[in-house]
Unconditional design. Structure first.
Length: 148
């Protein structure tokens, strides 16, 4: 296990890779904090804490950003949350296995802003590609690498 004993912070609302997070956490003895706006099914385990945050759409993101520490690992698709976690020295991984870091977060934020603007104008009408088995596999591979 990593010498710094990271914690996994999962932006759990709609996260498709919770089972993979559980598997890696159990294998390496890592604590998991599932953070969501509503209670969800999760294993009863001493390494897992379910945190339900009330207060609107960004409440879970705010809780994660306020509580994550250097070398912890955030699992999120939310690019502004990823940026906030990186500022605290955490590692960030999307459920599809994309690694957010100081080299690519500014581009990710700018792209998000451009796409949001285009959607507002009605120009972009499609969303992200469907989540695939390849995404799941890439996520698991990269999470394993970060955990050790």
């Amino acid at each position: 296990m990593n010498v710094t004993n990271p914690t996994f912070y999962v932006d759990a609302d709609g996260c498709p890779v919770k089972q993979e997070v559980y598997r890696v956490a159990q294998r390496y003895g890592i604590q998991v904090k599932l953070v969501a706006n509503a209670r969800m099914r999760a294993p009863e385990a001493d390494w897992l804490e379910m945190i339900v945050v009330e207060g609107g759409l960004d409440a879970a993101d705010n809780w994660i950003a306020d509580n994550i520490a250097a070398n912890d690992i955030a699992i999120t698709n939310d690019i502004p949350l990823a940026s906030r976690c990186l500022e605290k020295g955490a590692h960030v991984l999307s459920p599809s296995g994309r690694i957010f870091d100081d080299r690519n977060i500014a581009d990710a934020l700018a792209t998000r802003e451009i796409l949001s603007h285009l959607r507002d104008l009605g120009t972009v009408t499609c969303g992200p590609a469907p989540f695939s088995q390849r995404d799941r596999s890439q996520f698991l591979q990269r999470l394993e690498k970060r955990a050790v």
